[in-house]
Design a protein around this ligand. Structure first.
Ligand code: ATP
Length: 218
């Protein structure tokens, strides 16, 4: 078994329009379960999807403010810094070139993981990264056959085992998803409401941060 001893680097991608306590709490739980650094990776939105309300720079400013005061969750803006949409596999190859043999873990919700076989060059992902499947307690999601066959020999139960390999394993991480959605937060802000306790408190200190959602037409 190849031995790597580095603390894993996990990535958690999303539109983060805006980031909220649902995202942050699962990312934090994953960081604790894996004893990893978790990077929040805002993704560029493909042309066929509805564009985010906030610009990339505005979403990054919110993320920076949300991450203040701790060092376990960090920010990686590389996909926004590149022109055009990005494929996860390309981002992982870049991270691998930078991180050497350090274990990488792609964090995916159970639903996103069940759809993995529709991703660009999906089988290559396993050579580039481990996958941490964020699962609700007691809820099992069935996988399509092709994905189940690929994953069957890769499952591990003990997070410490991930450290022995740079990539290639699949681990289920039982977390506590909160019933918070960015869509609902955008609706509340657009209606002039103040969704405190759904967003980090610090976001309300600077009125400019959430302004794009309060007045989306401006
Ligand atoms: P929207 O409502 O705009 O679709 P979203 O929060 O569902 O927003 P993203 O910002 O792209 O969408 O989410 C990033 C990742 O966080 C996705 O994998 C998504 O499944 C997950 N996620 C979103 N909300 C929660 C939550 N409340 N708890 C746990 N994970 C969440």
């Amino acid at each position: 078994m190849p031995q790597t001893s580095a603390r894993p680097l996990a990535i958690f991608g999303g539109t983060f329009d805006p980031v909220h306590l649902g995202h942050l709490s699962v990312a934090w739980e994953a960081a604790e379960l894996l004893d990893a650094e978790v990077r929040l990776l805002p993704v560029s939105v493909p042309p066929h999807r509805a564009p985010p309300i906030a610009t990339a720079a505005q979403r990054v400013a919110i993320l920076r403010a949300a991450l203040q005061g701790q060092s376990r969750l960090t920010l990686d803006t590389r996909e926004l810094d590149r022109p055009g949409p990005s494929y996860t596999i390309d981002t992982l190859h870049e991270l691998r070139a930078e991180q050497g043999e350090r274990p990488l873990v792609l964090l995916l919700g159970a639903d996103a993981f069940a759809g993995l076989a529709s991703w660009h060059r999906w089988r290559e992902l396993f050579a580039a990264t481990h996958i941490g499947v964020l699962s609700r307690p007691g809820v099992a999601t069935a996988l399509p056959d092709a994905l189940e066959r690929e994953v069957a020999g890769r499952r591990i139960a003990d997070a410490a085992e991930l450290r022995a390999w740079p990539a290639g394993k699949v681990i289920e991480l039982t977390v506590t998803p909160l019933e918070i959605s960015a869509t609902r937060i955008r609706e509340l802000l657009a209606a002039g409401r103040d969704p405190r306790y759904l967003l980090p408190a610090g976001l309300f200190d600077d009125p400019a941060l959430l302004a794009p959602y309060r007045n989306p037409a401006a």
